[in-house]
Design a protein around this ligand. Structure first.
Ligand SMILES: NC(=O)c1ccc[n+]([C@@H]2O[C@H](COP(=O)([O-])OP(=O)(O)OC[C@H]3O[C@@H](n4cnc5c(N)ncnc54)[C@H](OP(=O)(O)O)[C@@H]3O)[C@@H](O)[C@H]2O)c1
Length: 329
């Protein structure tokens, strides 16, 4: 498995398994299938509410000796309502307990916007359905608390998710430990070229979420009471250029989309709960897109118009002073 070297010296497998929206039952089976297929990088988050079943599956593998802890790369995230220096350690310890691990390989601040903490409520909202944002969020003091987790040996690396370049700059300007990774939405219609170049120049690796266009997003948006009609109608999986290349290489459209991203030295974490698709999504190392084909795919970038996880989601979050998506990149 190809890896990306992080600025703390560790190696992140360039393909990982995403687990958002995977139920307890699905995720345990998915982890087993993924580990059998050669995945060693698993991405989860406190708010996905599936760390415990992931932990159960990992424990079986570790106890059986089929895999060693140091061969795994486990990532989870500080929830928005943990964006306060006094809460950071509590949430990583909860995640570690659920995952049945002593340390993480990477712990990310899930989102720059803090939310009000209401025990057990993953999306605290007011009567109108707007999220209860904590406008006092201080991303610098949150980062300082993240640095202490590395000192305490609770995680090997720390990073950010959904932060823009201005916010990353503010953090790196005062950081003792530079973020090792930025996880953001990134796919063929939203290629994030400026943000990736900005991060790579600072030796911050990038990981793409929604790398095949998050076809499950509509159902999530509906489930949380937001309007799925507001999501741009974009389907990378049915994009003609992608389908043409899939046919040429006898690969699936998803495999072409993933290959396009990893050839830019960006990690991908496609989510699947389907055994066949889990195996396909990591089977992308036996073909290579030519420079011309990369250019053809690069030309499909729609800039901000390609963003799927935008203002239409999580009503009220854009009231937060750290709302990240108004910056140019
Ligand atoms: N940091 C953040 O804020 C953030 C936000 C979103 C996501 N993430 C992370 O990134 C991961 C990936 O993002 P995502 O789940 O939104 O989107 P994604 O990986 O682009 O798409 C996942 C969806 O595609 C389907 N799928 C998977 N492989 C496929 C294939 N080969 N062909 C056709 N359909 C396929 C899956 O359904 P089946 O399960 O039925 O295969 C699922 O509905 C998440 O799971 C999560 O770990 C992070």
């Amino acid at each position: 498995m190809k890896t990306i070297k992080l600025n703390n010296g560790s190696e992140m497998p360039i393909v990982g398994l995403g687990t958002w929206q995977a139920t307890d039952e699905e995720v345990e089976t998915a982890i087993n299938t993924a580990l059998e297929a050669g995945y060693r990088h698993i991405d989860t988050a406190y708010v996905y509410m599936n760390e415990a079943p992931i932990g159960r599956a990992l424990k079986k593998w570790l106890d059986s000796g089929k895999v060693k802890r140091e061969e795994l790369f486990i990532v989870t995230k500080l929830p928005n309502f943990g964006n306060h220096p006094d809460r950071v350690e509590k949430y990583i310890k909860r995640s570690l307990a659920a995952l049945q691990l002593d340390y993480l390989d990477l712990y990310l601040v899930h989102h720059p916007c803090g939310l009000v903490e209401r025990e057990g409520d993953m999306l605290p909202r007011d009567e109108s359905g707007a999220l209860l944002v904590d406008k006092e969020t201080d991303i610098i003091s949150v980062w300082k608390a993240m640095e202490k987790l590395v000192d305490a040996g609770l995680t090997r690396a720390i990073g950010l998710s959904n932060f823009n370049s201005n916010q990353i700059k503010r953090i790196t300007d005062s950081a003792r430990i530079v973020p090792a990774n930025l996880q953001v939405e990134l796919h063929v219609y939203f290629q994030q070229r400026e943000l990736v170049a900005f991060c790579h120049a600072l030796d911050i690796s990038v990981c793409a979420y929604a790398p095949i266009g998050s076809p499950g997003l509509q159902s999530f948006v509906k489930m949380i009471g937001d309007d799925p009609e507001m999501i741009p109608k974009l389907s990378p999986l049915t994009e003609p250029v992608v389908c043409k290349l899939a046919e040429k290489y006898n690969k699936t459209p998803a495999q072409v989309l993933l290959r396009h991203i990893i050839q830019r030295d960006i990690a991908v974490i496609p989510k699947s709960a389907n055994p066949q698709r889990i195996k396909q999504n990591i089977d992308i190392f036996d073909f290579e897109l030519s420079n011309e084909e990369m250019e053809e795919l690069n030309a499909l970038d729609k800039g901000h118009k390609g963003r799927l996880f935008g203002e239409h989601m999580l009503k009220g979050i854009n009231e937060h002073p750290e709302y990240p998506y108004r910056a140019p990149y």
